[in-house]
Design a protein around this ligand. Structure first.
Ligand SMILES: Nc1ncnc2c1ncn2[C@@H]1O[C@H](COP(=O)(O)OP(=O)(O)OP(=O)(O)O)[C@@H](O)[C@H]1O
Ligand SMILES: [Mg+2]
Length: 252
């Protein structure tokens, strides 16, 4: 079978705290551990390096806890591959780093966690090298204004002009009150579409789980770099729906 090219993907926006890192980790883990794709992550969110940091915490937790150790053993034996790789680097070097990762293995997706500002060196250039960009958005006036400005700038300067690699940019509602879109969201969607932008059908609910990592209490895992969302927590989280729609959009 012909080898498919590695797709470069970013959950990105200039607005802070809307879920870039969280959605990157949830999507990467679900695709890599459940769906059988090969994933890597380039963490350029200097100086936080939140994903690389999360991985260090996750590994530490697994090493010191027999329950998680057993879980890891069972999972990694079953899937026959390692955890997705995460590399820290500056956004200036992100593409070079990704190309290096590409030559090391057969990767389906490389995710990029970029700084929350287009002013940081290398961010615009890196964004222009993405195949797909997903822009988390929340129903807050300040977030909406800033996000729509970010998305329209990319859309008008990089996508419609053909001056980039980007095949599509999709907004994705995060921290939604309730599992379904209310009339308010439909009104927003309408306004967004008028701007020529696209919105994902799947919405992510506002839920405490999104903040929870592995604990000594052994509650089912939600956000982890070593495990996918636990089956018991899938319902209502819309993570499976997100990944299914993601695969449709990127045609994989
Ligand atoms: N759907 C959700 N429901 C509840 N909390 C969420 C949800 N998505 C993200 N969060 C929480 O919101 C906070 C910000 O999320 P995250 O760190 O992923 O955002 P970010 O865009 O990467 O932020 P930064 O700009 O700091 O990099 C985190 O505490 C995260 O756990
Ligand atoms: Mg972040």
């Amino acid at each position: 079978m012909e080898k498919k090219e590695t797709l470069f993907i970013a959950f990105s926006t200039q607005k802070g705290g809307v879920g870039k890192t969280t959605l990157t980790v949830l999507a990467a883990s679900y695709l890599h551990y459940v769906k059988g794709y090969n994933v890597a992550v380039v963490d350029c969110d200097y100086p936080q390096f939140s994903i690389a940091d999360m991985r260090r915490r996750d590994v530490e937790q697994v090493m010191k806890d027999n329950h998680y150790k057993r879980m890891a053993h069972v999972q990694f034996t079953a899937i026959g591959k390692n955890a997705w790789q995460v590399e820290e680097c500056s956004s200036v070097d992100a593409i070079a780093k990704a190309e290096q990762l590409q030559t090391d293995g057969e990767l389906d997706f490389i995710f990029f966690d970029l700084p929350g500002t287009m002013n940081a060196a290398g961010v615009v250039k890196t964004l222009a090298s993405m195949d797909y960009i997903f822009v988390p958005i929340t129903a807050d006036r300040v977030v909406l204004e800033s996000t729509l400005q970010f998305a329209t700038t990319l859309h008008d300067n990089l996508i419609t002009t053909g001056k980039s690699n980007i095949k599509s940019l999709q907004l994705v509602w995060n921290m939604v009150d309730g599992r379904e879109k209310s009339d308010l969201y439909h009104a927003y969607d309408h306004a967004i579409e008028e701007l020529g932008l696209q919105v994902m059908e799947t919405v992510l609910p506002d839920s405490k789980r999104f903040r929870r990592e592995m604990t000594g209490g052994h509650k089912p895992v939600f956000r982890s770099t070593l495990f996918p969302v636990d089956k018991s927590l899938l319902k209502g989280s819309n993570i499976e729906e997100l990944v299914t729609e993601f695969c449709q959009i990127v045609k994989r």
